[in-house]
Design a protein around this ligand. Sequence first.
Ligand code: ADP
Ligand code: MG
Ligand code: ZN
Length: 474
Amino acid sequence: MFEVVIGLEVHVQLNTKTKLFCSCPTSFNHKQNTNTCPTCLALPGALPVFNKEVLHKSIMFGTAIDATINKTSYFDRKSYFYPDSPSAYQITQLYTPVVEHGKLRIDFEDGSHKVIRINRAHIEADAGKNIHDGDISKVDLNRAGTPLLEIVSEPDMRNGDEAVLYLKKLHAIVRYLDISDANMQEGSFRCDVNVSIRPKGDANLYTRVEIKNINSFKFIQKAIEVEVARQVEAWEDGVYDEEIVQETRLYDANKNETRSMRGKEEAADYRYFPEPDLLKVVATDAMLATYSKIPELPDEKMQRYVDEYGVSKYHASVITSDVEMAKYFEDMMAEGISAKNGVSWLLVELQGRLKGESDLTNTHVDAKKLATLVKRIEDGTISGKAAKQVLDKLVEENLDVDGVIDALGVKQVNDTGAIEAICDEIIAANQDKVAEYQGGKEKLFGFFVGQVMKASKGSANPQTVNEILKQKLG
Ligand code: ADP
Ligand code: MG
Ligand code: ZN
């Protein structure tokens, strides 16, 4: 029997306005090679100047994972040649990173949890991009010099589920801190997965394979599955030593397999040495005090929803997994609706209707609108059923809640006099049934309610109808 060992390296692109060592903007969606300057183009003689905002965001992250913040950290030079890196080296932090020894909690569905240790988080500069276009390859350096925080876990995860839970939690945390857009498709949250296996009970670490840049949680899970299967098979066939070597592999989602990309470099290949063009990074006490101020994080928020709103732990964890959703929910609650309705209209009704293009940040239905709709149910203006029709319209077009209620004519009749008149009519027209009901056939009550609802074209408040009929039928 085998045990799976997984360690993750995540490159988070920090959302600072300017690059790590120059004042070029970090918005690289501009025309190619326009957000560049002598420093990020690595022209001879240009010197880097450290962007303090990067230290701020790194310390926020270190605080969030309860890590040691090194008041003094250093930059190192990692040498390698690649066309998208004109300096032929990367500035990173090898020996003394800004953040060390943190931890992150993952929660399982059965209510248990596990703490994953984070070895370090260090600052480094991103490379540019190679663009392959038929026979031609081009280099775009807009991204060169963008600040990255590389977050390296200990090899503490034992299966794909744990790896994905870790990544989702990490993703949520950087979004809560607002230190990164963390968009996996756009590459501002990139993950390398290190995988090895070992006989159960063996504490040694065996040869790891690094799978690079997988851009969705689903594919990460699948890549781990196929890579583990490959390693187990090699072991069982007695060819583990020959076939499983320390290397970088890529995951091909179409074929659902991992393939060798290149042999893994050893640290010595990079000729690391302290970066001579930069001073040490010092966080003063004043900076530490300011930079370690962070907002409420997912775990605390989840507990607060349970305690304060009486939301189930499961629903609280779904809502808090995404900072936008948490904000939406809190904005709804600020309108004074019940938490139970808030949860179901957000998670079931609205989420169920938002497909494809739109999500909570670009739907017509903002939190205030959805809360207003819920209020109209709570105060008896419309039925829950009618509210679903109203929401259908609100999702389609930017309309006003009360306007749609009027246009659809779904307002409930709460006017007791009007409902009473209908009840009288129905009773008069069904004297035989009244006799049966009064003779003990209680099931007929539903018939009367149905007739009254039908006569009112569904607009009568069912609760009022029930009350009036009970009273009239005795
Ligand atoms: P490198 O930059 O060479 O990939 P790092 O130290 O930055 O090295 O990252 C190594 C990653 O691999 C860490 O996340 C670590 O937990 C993980 N790791 C180390 N050994 C193993 C192993 N035997 N099996 C799985 N993961 C491992
Ligand atoms: Mg690595
Ligand atoms: Zn620049």
